[in-house]
Design a protein around this ligand. Structure first.
Ligand code: GAL
Length: 414
């Protein structure tokens, strides 16, 4: 019996049956391999084992998940899909359209996901009226992280405008400190770019450009200014930035070699895993500008044969949305719980800021999906933007040429 057939059965029955059958299996493909990420995924492995399951780990190193995406595609094409994989955003719908995802509606209904998840997030997890993915967390992308001691020693505060950021960076350069810890990988370039774009275009401009792909916005003077700021920031990274992993860039901020990093709050997971304290050792603030770029990790299950695997999928889906996992995992991961009913009492000040800003952005219409982390666009369009961003960042291309390349790349990808 497949999960699809099972979903016709009462939701409660399937959750109970996972314990009764007692041998759930799951081979889980994910890209959580850094220090903080490994600690986080270990929480899930422990809960899975405690639920009677056997976990087969398939980690594919590579921040942002590009390598994991390639490995997943190869597995599915070879007819050997993993039981579960870390995929998110529109990619969930793309996999669903290929007819390879399992239906986890039975668990979702039994656990009342529709009630405990924010509507916008629930929508990402639903395919054609069924539940096709289980959400794990809410990561915020538009963050600046800083070494508290380095800022204090140089008489600097967290920047609240891009001009302040540039001025602080000049001061740091003069003091012989690397202003911006950055890893030259396409997805990291895209992460910085979308934070800059949110600040300069504003929330509405960001939505028009990176959700609606509005050509007027993509080719506007403001977009030229976004690339100008990227060019300025190219001058704030060290000469060894190419290819550097994001967690090594975080380590540069931790050890005071660099002052700032612009990265999603999985970076906080690294600081925490290293025993650093927010507000004391490191500082967090949203990047200059209004709005909130969200990035929701999730697991989708693939159609697989075998009751043990299907039970593993049900157990996994049940655990990740469970309250205990939501708290412990997110404390390690740097994100906040995706459920609205999990208390933040044990979370730090950065998480409290994230939660408050998310609620306020939701009210004001500036809660936006991250394009750089696969929440806003399908792969072809997101890839077209990132190719342009990286080509510009790694050359002396003018901002005007970058905007032209952006428009052409988007047009060709549609
Ligand atoms: C993000 C993902 C995070 C984290 C990060 C670095 O796209 O959502 O969970 O893994 O990449 O790999």
């Amino acid at each position: 019996m497949t999960l699809k057939t099972l979903s016709a059965v009462s939701g409660m029955a399937i959750v109970a049956s996972t314990a009764a059958l007692a041998e759930p299996q799951a081979e889980v493909l994910h890209y959580w391999t850094s220090g903080g990420e490994a600690k986080s995924v270990a929480v899930l492995q422990e809960e899975f084992a405690a639920g009677g399951g056997t976990w087969t780990d398939m980690p594919v190193a590579g921040g942002g998940g590009d390598a994991a995406g390639t490995a997943l595609r190869a597995r599915v094409l070879a007819g050997n899909a993993p039981t579960a994989a870390q995929i998110k955003g529109p990619a969930i719908q793309e996999w669903f359209e290929e007819g390879v995802l399992a239906d986890i509606s039975a668990v979702a209904e039994a656990q009342n996901w529709a009630e405990v998840l924010p509507e916008a997030i629930a929508a990402h997890m639903q395919c054609d009226g069924t539940w096709c993915a289980a959400p794990v967390n809410v990561h915020r992308v538009d963050w600046i992280w800083a070494n508290a001691e380095v800022l204090a020693a140089n008489g600097l505060e967290m920047p609240t405008t891009w001009d302040e950021f540039n001025a602080a960076a000049e001061t740091l350069l003069a003091a012989g400190i690397i202003p911006l810890a950055h890893g030259g990988q396409a997805w990291q370039d895209a992460t910085v770019f979308e934070a800059v774009a949110l600040g300069i275009l504003g929330a509405e401009g960001f939505r028009k450009a990176f959700v609606e792909l509005d050509m007027d916005t993509l080719t506007s003077e403001e977009m030229v200014a976004v690339f100008d700021q990227m060019r300025t920031m190219r001058g704030f990274v060290d000469s060894n930035f190419s290819g550097r992993d994001w967690n090594l860039a975080t380590a540069m901020v931790m050890n005071g070699e660099a002052a700032f990093q612009i990265m999603g709050d999985w970076a906080k997971g690294e600081f925490i895993a290293a025993g650093k304290v927010p507000g004391e050792d490191f500082l967090c603030l949203s990047t200059p500008g209004e709005g909130f770029l969200y990035n929701v990790d999730s697991f989708a299950m693939f159609e697989v044969d075998g009751q043990d695997k299907q039970d593993g999928q049900a157990l996994l889906a049940e655990l990740v949305v469970g309250e205990s996992f939501q708290e412990v995992f997110n404390l390690n991961k740097g994100s906040i719980p995706v459920r609205t009913d999990v208390s933040l009492d044990n979370f730090d000040s950065c998480a409290a800021l994230s939660s408050a800003d998310m609620a306020a952005s939701n009210e004001s219409g500036s809660l936006l999906p991250s394009y750089a982390h696969g929440m806003a666009l399908r792969g072809a369009q997101a890839g077209a933007i990132t190719d342009t961003v990286t080509a510009h960042f790694n050359s002396d291309m003018s901002s005007a040429d970058a905007v032209q390349m952006l428009a052409d790349a988007i047009a060709n990808s549609l």
